[in-house]
Design a binder for this molecule. Structure first.
Ligand SMILES: [Zn+2]
Length: 280
């Protein structure tokens, strides 16, 4: 019932274009189409192409559910809403950044932000933990509030199929660490691990996985967070006066990432680790 839509894009960097990808997901029932996330600006093209490939029409999209406010999830929302008239659903805690991308760009300066987001959209329906979004035909999505990556990050559990759309909640080992709070992220992932009989795990930054591999991906994400936390702890305790930038440059190679990748968003994650330690 779900269709992964693989959306390649590139991020310009001083070292040249950095190829990336993100997944959006389509849920197709006989009566409607629901889109989970919208990729970056321009993603309407691969999304609409996929819809036509399965013999449906883009105008059938009734709802976009945004797992959170970041640019590679909300980027295509404006154009898709304008061409379909669909409703937009998200969690209240990410609302301000979805409805005002300029504010998001100021408060979280992702490189080339303006290239990634096609414009602001207003949210029609705010959801919270435990809400059930009924799709029809006995199919529904349970909203699971899973903060940590962002305050309003949600996962969506498709029932009765037990497919879990996880957005960016589960970090992928080897990818840049990007989150607001590693400890709250760990709590959120631990909550997902308690869900029984997950059939597919459907993340934005990695390929869909099935069955036991879904639980393995959750465990790998947890292990990655713990590994980074230990590296930050060690480097920071050896030199508590270290600058956030230098701390990041020392931590990244310990997780197999070149120190040149230390951009402001990753530095922000490292500061979050230090804050989490200071709180204790
Ligand atoms: Zn994100």
């Amino acid at each position: 019932m779900f269709h992964p839509i693989h959306i390649p894009f590139s991020v310009p960097t001083p070292a040249g274009a950095l190829p990336r990808f993100v997944y959006a997901y389509l849920i197709a029932t006989p009566d409607t189409l629901i889109l989970i996330d919208t990729g970056v600006a321009g993603s309407e093209e691969p999304i609409f192409n996929r819809i036509r490939q399965i013999g449906r029409k883009p105008e059938e999209i009734s709802t976009i559910i945004l797992t959170h406010a970041h640019p590679d999830h909300i980027g295509g929302a404006k154009v898709i809403r304008e061409s379909t008239g669909c409703n937009i659903v998200a969690h209240a805690a990410d609302r301000a950044w979805i409805e005002d991308p300029n504010r998001q760009a100021q408060e979280r300066p992702v490189p080339v932000f303006s290239h990634l987001v096609g414009g602001a959209v207003t949210i029609d329906q705010v959801v919270t933990d435990g809400d059930i979004i009924k799709i029809g035909d006995g199919i529904s999505l349970e909203v699971i509030h899973t903060p940590g990556h962002s305050p309003g990050s949600i996962c969506l559990f498709l029932l009765p199929d037990r497919d879990l759309f996880s957005g960016d909640v589960v970090p992928v080992p080897g990818d840049l660490p990007i989150y607001d709070d590693p400890i709250i992220s760990i709590q959120s992932i631990n909550r997902l691990r308690k869900l029984e009989h997950i059939r597919h795990l459907l993340p934005s930054w990695d390929d869909p996985v099935e069955g036991r591999a879904a639980y393995q991906a959750l465990d790998d994400g947890l292990e990655y967070l713990h590994q980074i936390h230990q590296a930050v702890k060690r480097i920071w305790s050896e030199n508590p006066a270290i600058s956030p930038q230098d701390l990041t440059k020392k931590v990244l190679p310990t997780i197999g990432i070149p120190e040149e990748m230390a951009n402001p968003i990753v530095v922000r994650s490292m500061i979050a680790h230090v804050r989490a330690m200071e709180k204790r």
